[in-house]
Design a protein around this ligand. Structure first.
Ligand code: ZN
Length: 444
């Protein structure tokens, strides 16, 4: 596995992480990968004409994507095999009125905290800027992706001499201490123009045409292989673009699963609760499944059969045991880096795994020759959640929560083992290639 960990797959994964600084870029790159592999783009607003054996994808808000491959039978018999992940990552988002000029002449950028960020990790790192701008074009509006891949921003730490307790307590005021610094004040530049001038200079988009923006900061330094053997990955946005990439490549690399329908969905806004039009709590997935069935001429009754015959995997990163904080894990539930994908359990349903779903995933891993691990939180640590409960409750499709184990989750730079990504992609391929429906419809 060490050799496979440094395989073409891991290199391409690292490239995908580096090329996708925001959810918009993650979706754009996913769409390019799908087109290269024969998938045809559908527009939500246009009439769909789907064909047996066809491969398609549709996007929402430029930050959410659903791709599917139509099998050779009716979904009423074998259902859909769904893998879901999320395109967003915690970070710093630029506020609408972006710039502040301090009395000392510094130009600071006003940011909003997006999701559960480990704030300290954003200090003293050259930061770049990416996202989308909405521009006026003729009588209409147009969305344009932008990426200023230059170290234009920085949040410097306060020196230890003014802050001797810095190593004893690590708390930051989200409003006043997280503002990156862009430049020194210039004569004849209006406060509102510093950011717009930068965008105009770097992208050629005229600042007077920019009506609004959704821009995020990201770490300028790219992700790398790390460790004695290069067996680890140190990169931004492993949560959850590593699982997006594994699901996406499993979709395009797997043999067609005969009569079952393969679906891959990557949603936005998981890190802030998934309640948006492009999030997992929207109707987008269920509407798409419904639309596929109706387009292929299924009756309403057959649509309900299709949904009831489907299974789903919610793929999101999991907590590896940290060698310096090993007491934060349950004594018997201790996933490690390199040990394979982790099945996540929660009695309170913060993860949607049932024993049936877990058993199914274990069987898939066994068939693929992939090890797998289990995780459950300590009872005195609440832990996080995923898109799993949203998908399972909205669609009623049984969903198992799994993911690669990582360290430093929600740091600007996360840490995982290359091998776990390879293992997970192998398991996903085996899931998509499964020819028989799981279990007995009268039983489990
Ligand atoms: Zn996640």
């Amino acid at each position: 596995m060490e050799q496979r960990a440094q395989s073409g797959f891991s290199k391409k994964l690292l490239q995908y992480l580096n090329d996708s600084p925001t959810a918009y870029h993650a979706v754009e790159n996913a769409a390019a990968h799908l087109r290269e592999n024969g998938y045809q783009e559908l527009k939500e607003t246009e009439k769909w004409v789907l064909e047996q054996g066809g491969r398609y994808f549709v996007t929402k808000n430029g930050s959410c994507i659903i791709a599917f491959a139509i099998g050779d039978g009716s979904p009423a018999e074998k259902g859909f095999r769904i893998i879901g992940a999320h395109t967003d990552s915690p970070g710093l988002k630029i506020k609408p009125d972006a710039c502040t000029v301090t009395p000392d002449g510094y130009v600071k950028v006003n940011v909003e905290i997006y999701g559960g960020v480990i704030l300290s990790t954003w200090f003293d790192r050259p930061l770049a800027l990416a996202g989308r701008v909405i521009v006026r074009e003729g009588r209409g509006l147009r969305e344009k992706l932008v990426r200023i891949h230059k170290p234009v921003l920085m949040i410097p730490n306060l020196c230890i001499h003014f802050h001797r307790e810095v190593n004893d307590k690590c708390s930051y005021n989200k409003q006043t201490e997280m503002l990156p610094f862009l430049s020194m004040k210039k004569e004849n530049v209006e406060k509102g123009d510093y950011l717009l001038c930068l965008i105009e200079e770097e992208t050629g988009i005229k600042r007077e045409d920019i009506l609004d923006h959704e821009l995020f900061l990201y770490e300028y330094q790219e992700g790398i292989f790390a460790g004695r053997e290069g067996e680890f990955i140190s990169a931004s946005r492993i949560d959850d673009l590593a699982m997006v990439y594994a699901g996406l490549t499993a979709l395009t690399e797997s043999r067609d699963g005969g009569s079952s329908y393969k679906v891959f969905a990557a949603f936005d806004n998981e890190e802030v609760g998934s309640a948006s039009a492009q999030g997992a709590r929207s109707g987008f997935l269920l509407h798409t499944l419904d639309r596929i069935c109706k387009n292929l001429g299924l009756t309403e009754e057959e649509y309900f059969q299709a949904v009831a015959s489907s299974t789903s995997i919610s793929a999101d990163t999991a907590h590896a045991v940290h060698p310096n904080y090993s007491d934060r894990h349950d004594p018997e539930s201790r996933p490690v880096l390199g040990g394979g994908p982790v099945i996540k359990y929660s009695a309170s349903q913060r993860y949607s795994t049932t024993a049936v779903g877990a058993a199914h995933f274990m069987e898939i891993c066994a068939r693929a020759g992939v090890p797998c691990q289990k995780f459950v939180n300590r009872n005195d640590i609440a832990g996080g959640s995923t898109i799993g409960p949203a998908i399972s409750s909205l669609t009623t499709i049984p969903t198992v929560d799994i993911g690669i184990p990582i360290l430093a989750m929600h740091s600007v730079r996360e840490f995982g083992a290359a091998a776990d990504n390879v293992y997970t992609e192998m398991a996903f391929q085996a899931y998509y290639e499964e020819r028989e429906e799981f279990g007995d419809k009268d039983g489990v």
